[in-house]
Design a binder for this molecule. Structure first.
Ligand SMILES: Cc1ncc(COP(=O)(O)O)c(C=O)c1O
Length: 439
């Protein structure tokens, strides 16, 4: 467990987050419950922002809001003084309706619908990141019809493929995202964007992967991107003034991962900015305004999920299961890609773990597992299980599978708590069901 002042056991052996006792939160709000630690989010945004300013200067951190999107989080992020990226009309709507300034938003998406482009342009988002040839033209026409010139970046794929503990260079990237740099698509896209009216090409974006610990992979991406900036300058006489190097910083889920305190996350920003500064100097480029887009690292460790233990099933010689009142409908990450988590008994933190458990959900699906290999004290029905580091890509990937309600999300600070998102009711779940006149 990556303990901190705002995530630790108290003297009664209860897990506390943001000064609140998790057993009391579970009693007050019910379980499953997503709980977010406000101070952690403020602190990490502060670390990212300050490190970028100190080590680089002109730039902005954008919270990649796909990690966790709701009105409250956009308000909190805005108060922290950073921007955000959005990837759909729904995220854009949520951000704008929270009062988030449009000019501090960057719009992504590998298949933006015309209506999403219109919405983004008319709302005045700062940048749109184009991801396909036809999108450049479609966006240009939308802007021209409205007499607007939209700042854009192009998403390129620099041929650096990064995974948690290693990275590789690929000559022919296979990705649905971006224009390939190695195969020449990127240069064609730049030419296309430069001759398209209605858009103003300001620079390029790349995002090389997620949950990456290898800082050298970010540095390599910065090298390749600035090589390309130089090439565009020489061959097309075009000098970009913006660069967006994406997100992807790895966080702590289990002891297989690096354990950083909040301040330690500055390392990632330092690695990127130092490389970028060197490259810009060596390649004699104008120093571009730098965007970085962390998502997971902003909210991942800030969030935990509380569950109530139900049936415990011990299959002799096989494994122990504890079923909880949540499941893949609140956290599909293990089912999707085998993600690992640390879990603790929030009501008995002072007892020594003695048995291995798989934490199973309540959905009708044998792959409905939240976490495997969780070393816990003997679990009994009614125990409060806390699964840690669930703040990113859990709520945002939740569903109503089996018509289960998406759990509420709360924010905690100094022992106080309030809803970020309320619990869905059964009526909410069935709200859009229609009295179909063919039946
Ligand atoms: C374009 C882009 N930027 C930023 C991110 C955020 O990545 P992470 O949450 O790993 O920091 C993603 C994640 O998929 C992404 O696709």
């Amino acid at each position: 467990m990556n303990t901190r002042d705002t995530l630790k056991a108290d003297k009664n052996g209860h897990l506390t987050i943001g000064g609140a006792d998790c057993t009391e939160l579970a009693a007050k709000y019910g379980t499953p419950l997503y709980v977010y630690d406000k101070k952690y989010i403020e602190d990490i945004c502060g670390v990212f922002d300050k490190t970028l300013k100190e080590h680089y200067g002109e730039g902005r951190i954008l919270y990649a809001s796909k990690a966790f999107s709701c009105k409250g989080i956009y308000r909190l992020i805005d108060r922290c003084g950073i921007g955000a990226d959005v990837v759909s009309g729904g995220e854009l709507y949520t951000a704008l309706s929270s009062g988030f300034p449009a000019e501090k938003l960057v719009m992504h998406g590998n298949n933006k619908l015309d209506e999403e482009l219109v919405y983004a342009v008319e709302s005045g988002v700062g940048f749109i990141v184009c991801d396909a040839f036809d999108e450049i033209g479609r966006l240009g026409r939308i802007c021209e019809q409205r007499g607007i010139t939209q700042d854009i970046l192009l998403r390129v794929n620099p041929g650096v493929e990064a995974h948690t503990h290693h990275f590789v260079q690929t000559a022919t990237p296979d990705s649905k995202f971006g224009f390939s740099l190695p195969n020449g698509d990127a240069v064609k896209a730049v030419e296309e964007a430069l001759k398209t009216s209605g858009v103003r090409l300001r620079g390029l974006h790349c995002h090389i992967g997620s949950q990456i610990f290898e800082k050298d992979s970010f540095a390599l991406a910065a090298e390749k991107m600035t090589d390309f900036y130089r090439r565009v300058k020489d061959e097309l006489s075009c000098e970009f003034d913006v660069i967006n190097l994406g997100g992807g910083f790895g966080i702590y889920y289990t002891d297989e991962d690096r354990k950083l305190d909040v301040g330690g996350y500055a390392e990632y920003i330092v690695a990127v900015t130092e490389t970028l500064k060197r490259c810009v100097k060596e390649k004699q480029l104008k120093k571009p305004f730098l965007f970085l887009e962390p998502g997971r690292s902003v909210v991942g460790e800030a969030g935990i999920t509380l569950y109530t233990a139900g049936s415990v099933k011990k299959i002799e010689g096989v494994k122990n299961y504890v079923a909880v009142d949540g499941g893949m409908f609140d956290n599909p990450r293990h089912a999707l890609y085998g993600s690992k988590y640390t879990a603790v008994l929030a009501n008995r933190m002072n007892e020594k773990p003695c048995e291995m458990y798989s934490i199973a959900g309540k959905c009708c699906e044998s792959g409905d597992i939240i976490a495997e290999d969780c070393f816990l004290p003997q679990v009994k029905r009614g125990d409060i299980i806390a699964v840690l580091s669930t703040g990113a890509y859990n709520y945002s990937m939740a569903s109503n599978y089996n018509r289960n309600a998406v759990p509420p999300a709360i924010l905690v600070e100094n022992g106080k708590s309030d809803y970020l998102v309320r619990k869905q009711s059964y009526e909410d779940i069935a709200r859009n069901d229609h009295d179909c006149n063919l039946i």
